[in-house]
Design a protein around this ligand. Structure first.
Ligand code: SF4
Length: 342
């Protein structure tokens, strides 16, 4: 039976996702009709919470009324989408992650310099679609089996990546490309948050009997965490939320269970999963104290960078004083982002 649950350090939303959500909440709290273009995060619970605050998810700019606010999510968009939103008279709130903005700049530079660009990424992922807006001729490659046929032999080539690709994959592709170009420029845009999360998940997996990985089924960075746990030799169970845990036999003989989550998983979900594990498969003592033990596990793991929001509790329109403070940028977000990005 499970005696202890540990939550991997530096989990919870990445700063890019957190800031995009905070921007949507700020706009709504300021009384604006607020929409996000696509789900701001691939997490149904968070999307529902935003809906409760009056923030709607739309799939097309055509669904947003003139003058309303539209939040661009952390993955970013093609430049023409941004232009179309402005041309339609929408208030564009750019939640594109600063790291992704940097990717866009690097891509534009590579295009200007005339490189043949190879982009490591998942072809239809929103971040990759946005990146292609800056380099329409880039060759997108994903699985290793495709590389040999897709990567050309040419004089000047550049390699760049979607932020959440695993570092080992990026390095392996770079090694292949070295032999195919006279000049190879490598722009490493694998996000440090992704790298740290993978390191901490591996660290957690080493000392536990079983890992539970929490995140969207289609989330590439979540799937990668599951794969890494298995590489570390620890069985991993991937779930979307605590509601997927219904069968205590999943935990077998495990005494210590680790919990980790993708960049779109709020850290509070990890606490809820920890509690659920203890209630479902814990020793009698662990079952009796499941809530306290889960809260303690969260305290051990949570850093300011893992918090779900940097805003005060946004449930209603703020007073003019608090609204002014937010709009003046007095929230701790900027400094915290720098700290978490370092
Ligand atoms: S994973 Fe990194 S690049 Fe992507 S949104 Fe999060 S912080 Fe930004």
């Amino acid at each position: 039976m499970v005696q202890e649950v540990r939550i991997a350090k530096r989990t919870g939303f990445c700063y890019g996702v957190r800031e995009a959500i905070d921007k949507a909440k700020e706009a709504s709290a300021a009384g604006k009709a607020t929409h996000t273009l696509g789900q701001v995060v691939h997490n149904e619970g968070v999307v529902r919470d935003l809906q409760d605050l009056g923030i709607q998810t739309v799939e097309s700019l055509d669904d947003v009324d003139h003058g309303a606010a539209v939040v661009i999510r952390a993955h970013g968009v093609r430049p023409d989408v941004m232009q179309r939103a402005e041309a339609r008279g929408l208030e564009v709130i750019d939640g594109t992650c600063t790291w992704v903005i940097q990717e866009h700049r690097e891509l534009a530079k590579l295009v200007e310099e005339g490189y043949t660009i190879v982009l490591l990424g998942t072809p239809k992922h929103a971040e990759v679609v946005g990146m292609l807006g800056f380099a329409p001729d880039a060759i997108v490659v994903d699985e290793e089996e495709e590389w040999d046929a897709a990567v050309p032999r040419t004089k000047r080539m550049a390699l760049i990546s979607q932020s959440t690709q695993p570092p080992w994959k990026f390095e392996r592709l770079a090694a292949l490309m070295v032999s195919r170009a006279h000049e190879l420029k490598i722009v490493n845009t694998v996000c440090p948050v992704t790298i740290r999360r993978q390191q901490d998940t591996l660290e957690a997996a080493k000392d536990v009997d079983l890992m539970v990985v929490v995140g969207g089924r289609s989330s590439a960075n979540t799937k990668e965490l599951t794969r890494l746990c298995e590489i570390a030799g620890t069985t991993a169970v991937q779930i979307e939320s605590m509601h997927d845990l219904t069968d205590a036999s999943v935990f077998g003989e495990a005494k210590v269970v680790g919990v980790t989550g993708g960049t779109s998983t709020p850290i509070e979900d990890l606490r809820d999963v920890a509690q659920r594990i203890l209630e479902l498969a814990g020793t009698p003592d662990a079952q009796a104290h499941a809530a306290e033990l889960a809260a303690a596990a969260l305290d051990q793991a949570a850093t300011p960078a893992g918090r779900t929001t940097s805003l005060p509790n946004v449930t209603a329109r703020p007073t003019s004083e608090s609204s002014d403070r937010w709009l003046a940028g007095a929230s701790p977000r900027s400094s915290e982002r720098r700290a978490s990005a370092s």
